[in-house]
Design a protein around this ligand. Structure first.
Ligand SMILES: NC(=O)c1ccc[n+]([C@@H]2O[C@H](COP(=O)([O-])OP(=O)(O)OC[C@H]3O[C@@H](n4cnc5c(N)ncnc54)[C@H](OP(=O)(O)O)[C@@H]3O)[C@@H](O)[C@H]2O)c1
Length: 300
């Protein structure tokens, strides 16, 4: 017993060094990309914004079928037609991911009409954009239902993905790691969704066959945060949705667990863990994050 314990203790640092070196080597070598030609992909919120770009990117990389979920038929239809023009089979379903019954109903409809999903992209989200005191209860609940609980309602899909050795992707946000005022609904929902994905990645959800990718982008130029004003836009320009989509699909193809976009956001994570609270508050003031949502006029 003692020898076994001692062996494990000695092996552990060797294992750590091996894994770090392996990850560093993988960073410089050209990545081996997973073939997507047999995959059926479901993108929630696939009608517009990053979701539409994700559908395009998956189509470009040759997936078998793409299924889009969303609430607005017009943009779902437009994206579906565009994807079909690219030569990929595509279907859309009207589905509010915050409505549990509707999710169960449409998941069944997808299975009957299209077959099993092998890659699920949880992309749909809303931001209310008001302070806690100015928000009404329904608006606060809506963000939690769509941005967080929607992921619980897809648990049936998780079972399905496990059977297929599938992949679940979450379009999260850097705001899950560093909150801003005026988006308390969004930040808390994204933080909770991050914990869900971390649990899945660590194998805590009893779905060992499911791979997971969590993408945490910085501000991206879609309609979601329209009007939000960054203090130093030339220093921190918004990401392009096509870049977020491309990097997301690459992360799926390389089975990357977490992706911060841009990479400089890693500095934020490091600073958060070493700086005193007062210094962090000064950074928030200096970067204008306390006031950036004052001009917000996005839509839910
Ligand atoms: N834009 C950014 O700055 C930014 C930054 C970091 C992370 N993200 C994340 O990236 C993802 C995509 O955001 P985006 O910028 O593309 O936003 P967007 O342009 O506002 O698109 C949001 C998508 O979600 C769909 N959606 C919203 N509520 C839904 C519901 N209840 N059921 C089904 N679909 C719903 C919308 O379609 P319908 O309204 O037609 O349903 C739309 O297709 C989100 O998860 C967001 O949190 C965005």
């Amino acid at each position: 017993m003692m020898w076994k314990w001692l062996g494990a203790l000695l092996l552990f640092p060797v294992q750590m060094v091996y894994l770090v070196v392996k990850a560093a080597v993988c960073l410089v070598l050209p990545p081996k990309l997973r073939d997507l030609s047999r995959e059926n992909v479901l993108v929630t919120g696939g009608g517009r914004g990053i979701g539409r770009h994700l559908a395009r990117e998956f189509a470009r990389r040759g997936v078998r079928k793409i299924i889009l979920w969303g609430r607005t038929e017009k943009c779902l239809k437009e994206t579906t037609e565009e994807i079909r023009m690219m030569g990929t089979e595509c279907h859309y379903f009207i589905c509010d991911v915050g409505n549990r019954e509707e999710v169960y109903r449409q998941a069944k409809a997808v299975r009957e009409k299209v077959g099993d999903i092998t890659i699920l992209v949880n992309n749909a989200a809303v931001v209310h954009g008001k302070s806690l005191m100015d928000s009404d209860d329904d608006a606060l609940l809506k963000s939690q239902h769509i941005n967080t609980l929607g992921q619980f309602w897809v648990r049936q899909a998780l079972v399905m993905l496990e059977l297929q050795n599938g992949h679940i992707v979450c379009l999260n946000s850097v705001l899950a790691l560093s909150a801003i005022p005026g988006a308390i609904d969004y930040c808390t929902s994204k933080a909770s969704s991050f914990a869900f994905m971390e649990s899945l990645t660590l194998g805590l959800l009893d779905c060992p066959g499911v791979n997971a990718t969590t993408v945490l982008p910085f501000h991206t130029s879609t309609e979601m945060f329209q009007g939000m004003r960054i203090r130093f836009p030339s220093l921190f320009p918004p990401l392009k949705p096509e870049t977020v989509a491309r990097r997301t699909v690459e992360a799926v193809q390389t089975n990357q667990a977490f992706l911060l976009l841009p990479w400089t956001m890693h500095v934020l994570v490091i600073l958060k863990s070493i700086l005193p609270q007062a210094a962090l508050e000064e950074i928030h003031k200096f970067s204008g994050s306390y006031t950036c949502m004052n001009t917000f006029k996005g839509r839910t």
